[in-house]
Ligand binder design. Structure first.
Ligand code: UDP
Ligand code: MG
Length: 316
């Protein structure tokens, strides 16, 4: 069997502090894989500049000039991590046998790529990189991440526990991925839905050696919320249950009021008026807000705007 032609896709947003270091490591690693005939000589690295405001694009551009096995894609503005990955993948479906996506900070251990490629050789169409040691993350990140994966699984979203976007995908998988047209892209949820034979590779998540995280708490929460509402209508179901429960309680109160009236106990009571009003108006508002969230999602999807816009590609 011929070694597979691999494209490494790396989304970059304000990564000037780390890009040189990342590139040096990747080049060395790929050279080794090529020598060991694990990947084809034409395998390349593709950096996708996701609208960085620092010198990231200049660095990518220079790397492209120095080395024809580096592809640079410049998006017209910041479209987000998921869209940047998609841009790198979709523009190259035709030329490669398999694709690995990895973050620019190399927090995901590149050594795991060898095992990914071997598993691909053995027939896996998707190989998920799974962090089995997150001791380099803060307890807060670990705690929230664990809660997130568990909640997603409970709601019926088929995410792979502790897998982020470090994965290998065969070309076939990418072709099918092209049919998932959603704007609110959440690859961790979509890829398992594609099916095919898949496998996992475990690794220890490392620390960021330079630059800082592009996912502060607010963005992390938004990302998780997006993942949930794009994949599961379970929160709406919860609201329905809650609404039903409220309705039953309301009926009981209703009965109580009627009985009190019949027996002449209708003492003007502030508490018994205010309690139901605050409770029911509060829960109504919450339900409306949640439904609004989903309508907002529908609104975005219906517009079907492009998920990314490419300004230019170097060394295509
Ligand atoms: N990234 C991106 N666009 C964004 C935010 C992040 O392309 O809007 C990239 C970033 O450059 C990095 C990857 O996504 O390669 C993951 O980001 P980061 O390492 O900051 O996230 P963390 O590992 O802290 O969750
Ligand atoms: Mg990171």
């Amino acid at each position: 069997m011929n070694p597979a032609r691999l494209l490494l896709v790396i989304p970059c947003y304000n990564e000037e502090a780390i890009l040189h270091q990342t590139h040096a490591q990747l080049v060395q690693y790929l050279a080794d894989l090529k020598n060991r005939k694990l990947i084809d000589y034409q395998s390349k690295i593709c950096y996708v500049n996701d609208g960085s405001r620092d010198k990231t694009w200049e660095i990518i551009d220079t790397l492209c000039q120095q080395d024809s096995s580096v592809v640079g894609i410049k998006l017209s503005r910041n479209f987000g991590h998921q869209s940047a990955i998609l841009a790198g993948l979709e523009t190259h479906v035709a030329g490669y046998d398999c694709f690995i996506t990895i973050d620019a900070d190399l927090q995901d251990d590149i050594q795991a790529m060898t095992a990914m490629i071997e598993k691909h050789r053995d027939g896996a169409m998707i190989v998920y990189g799974v962090r089995n040691d997150r001791s380099s993350d803060s307890w807060f990140k670990r705690f929230t991440a664990e809660g997130f994966y568990k909640m997603m699984q409970k709601m019926g979203v088929p995410v792979v526990f502790n897998h982020a976007d470090f994965r290998l995908m065969d070309k076939r998988v990418l072709i099918e991925l092209g049919d998932f047209r959603e704007i609110n892209l959440f690859l961790r949820g979509i890829v398992p839905l594609i099916g095919f034979q898949s496998d996992k590779v475990f690794y220890k998540r490392l620390e960021r050696t330079a630059g800082e995280t592009k996912y502060p708490l607010k963005k992390m929460v938004l990302f998780a919320w997006n993942g949930i509402t794009s994949f599961s209508t379970f929160p709406m179901r919860l609201v329905l249950y809650f609404g039903l429960f409220n309705f039953i309680v309301a009926m009981a109160i209703f009965g109580y009021i009627l009985v009190s009236y019949a027996f002449g106990f209708t003492v003007p009571g502030w508490t018994s008026t205010m309690l139901p009003i605050t409770f029911f108006s509060g829960s109504n508002m919450m339900a409306l807000g949640l439904i609004g969230e989903y309508i907002g999602k529908i609104y975005e999807e219906v517009k079907a705007r492009p998920r990314y816009i490419i300004e230019k590609i170097v060394n295509e």
